[in-house]
Design a protein around this ligand. Structure first.
Ligand SMILES: Cc1cc2nc3c(=O)[nH]c(=O)nc-3n(C[C@H](O)[C@H](O)[C@H](O)COP(=O)(O)OP(=O)(O)OC[C@H]3O[C@@H](n4cnc5c(N)ncnc54)[C@H](O)[C@@H]3O)c2cc1C
Length: 495
């Protein structure tokens, strides 16, 4: 039997990675040192791009059933509205922020994994590892101190911000801890707060952000002064609400009261040999924008399809070398955006604050800028242009460019009429020829890691062109159909 992949850490990222690998029938072990899952609500939002990727794995429905649709976000200066963002503007089958506490997200992922035959092995800690000729030898330590040594094909470190895998690899987690202190409260809140809107209020004395969770349960976060900050009392939370949100609100029934500081850190490479990092093990940043967990889950989706093709012998191991540059580039971008949002919100100097408010109220009037901000939050603007996997063979003009996210469309494959994203669930790349009328299907192109399909032109997809699309629904490359051989040759380099 082939050696399993070892996933270390059953947080949202490790669970997602194990699930995406299982979808392709890859043998997986998933270990976590904690005796039980965390009951903390931490990340509250699953953004549209992550929902799309869950859908590509046929797994989105239970999340939609467990969550609540958030339709927008409002940024205010005191009581004055600066920007109202409508998530319905995003071009996605899921045009909303799915509000769902992280412990629910983890529970749904755990259930989906169990249905696919994988149980999280708890109280099992990765204590050491070393790469061998054919894989990685990992030492696992049980709660009673006894040890197990196992051989795995690849080791995936999804073990969070204090990652033992990252430490063992000797990778620097470069960055800084911001000076500001924050309190966090999950409480029930009576008052005129919208149950489907995120509200961010900038006051001269600090920020307050309000996120709906479910019913009248809300997450409140705010920055507080003082060098040392402890978990707030309910009275302190109420005082913060009165001061920054206005009267008419009553916080009660606290579920989680906590405090934190913001770290902005990242490794500069996500893999060494057969060992990979994903999620907080590789990057951590401000919660502004709520991108931490989503970015980590998208690391997982990026790595899983590549690893599956390599382990199935349908691609060469050089394909795995594209994981680090692709995801590190995205990590830099997310860190930068969250950092800017945080620093802008934290401005204290009155003149700078006035300037900021002016810029944001202008932004509030520009539909184009609003849409850009919405796409950034929803992570639908992320792309892999410039990646070694996205060569520009022929300039495609106004259509999709290599590295772009590919919209779904109706198509015909050897299996019959279907949709592009349904085809991608097979974990293979799709070679899509577009024409009006539909081109004839070229059966000779149906290869091991590849499936061919034909479709009518759609926005982004031009008649007379062929598109090579990755299993995570990003475009590898495209060319006029007459030059299709160039596309196939480009993919050959990864086989
Ligand atoms: C207070 C707070 C609020 C947050 N709010 C948001 C938010 O609003 N939006 C957002 O997107 N993100 C938010 N985050 C961040 C989000 O929670 C993280 O990005 C997310 O949990 C990262 O998931 P992960 O799977 O990479 O790591 P983790 O969730 O940290 O999971 C790592 C797992 O690895 C296990 N582990 C560690 N070491 C070992 C070992 N040696 N062997 C075996 N197992 C090991 C741990 O037990 C743990 O279960 C918040 C975080 C905090 C702390």
């Amino acid at each position: 039997m082939s050696q399993p992949v070892l996933v270390v850490g059953a947080g949202p990222v490790g669970l997602t990675l194990a699930l995406a690998l299982r979808q392709q029938a890859i043998a997986v072990r998933l270990v976590d040192r904690a005796p039980q899952p965390s009951d903390r609500s931490k990340a509250l939002v699953i953004w549209p791009r992550t929902l799309e990727l869950l859908d590509l794995h046929g797994c989105v429905q239970p999340f939609l059933e467990a969550g609540l649709q958030g339709h927008g976000a409002r940024i205010q200066a005191g009581q004055r509205l600066l920007v109202a963002l409508a998530f319905s503007r995003v071009q996605s089958p899921f045009p909303y922020a799915l509000m769902i506490p992280q412990n629910r997200t983890e529970a749904v992922l755990t259930q989906l994994l169990a249905e696919r035959g994988v149980q999280v092995e708890r109280e099992l800690e990765l204590s050491d590892f070393a790469e061998t000729e054919s894989g990685v030898r990992a030492e696992l330590t049980r709660a009673d101190g006894s040890k197990e040594t196992m051989q795995c094909s690849y080791l995936l470190g999804c073990d969070g911000a204090h990652s033992a895998v990252r430490h063992r690899l000797g990778l620097a987690y470069s960055g800084e801890t911001l000076e500001s202190n924050w309190v966090l409260a999950d409480v029930k809140l009576d008052g005129p707060a919208a149950a489907d809107q995120v509200a961010v209020v900038w006051n001269p004395d600090g920020i307050l952000a309000l996120f709906p969770i479910v019913g009248n349960r809300f997450r409140i976060i705010g920055d507080v002064s003082g060098a040392e900050v402890a978990d707030p009392s309910l009275e302190q939370v109420q005082a913060l609400v009165d001061q920054r949100l206005g009267s008419g609100f009553r916080a009660h029934d606290p579920i989680w009261l906590s405090h934190f500081r913001i770290n902005e850190r990242k490794v500069d490479r996500y893999s060494v040999g057969r060992v990979f990092l994903a999620g907080d093990a590789a990057h951590i940043h401000s919660p502004a924008g709520g991108q931490g967990m989503n970015t980590g889950m998208q690391d997982a989706f990026n790595l899983a399809w590549k690893l599956a093709l390599v382990l199935q012998g349908k691609a060469g191991s050089q394909l795995l070398e594209t994981y680090s540059p692709e995801r590190s580039g995205i990590g830099d971008q997310v860190l930068r955006n969250a950092g800017v949002l945080t620093r802008v919100a934290l401005l204290r100097q009155p003149l700078l604050r006035r300037l900021r408010n002016l810029v944001f109220s202008n932004l509030g009037r520009s539909r184009r800028l609003q849409r850009r901000l919405v796409e950034q939050l929803c992570e639908t603007d992320l792309h892999y242009r410039g990646s070694a996997l996205s060569p520009v063979l022929v300039r495609s003009g106004a259509g999709l460019a290599p590295g772009d996210r590919t919209p779904d469309l109706a198509c015909c494959a050897p299996s019959g009429k279907t949709r592009l994203h349904a085809l991608l669930r097979s974990g293979r790349l799709v070679l899509l020829s577009v024409g009006d009328p539909w081109p004839a299907l070229d059966w000779s192109l149906v290869g091991d890691g590849l499936v061919s399909a034909v479709a009518a032109p759609q926005p982004g997809y031009r008649a007379g062109w062929t598109y090579l699309i990755r299993p995570d629904a990003y475009l590898c490359s495209c060319a006029p159909s007459a030059e299709q051989e160039r596309l196939l040759a480009a993919w050959e380099a990864w086989r």
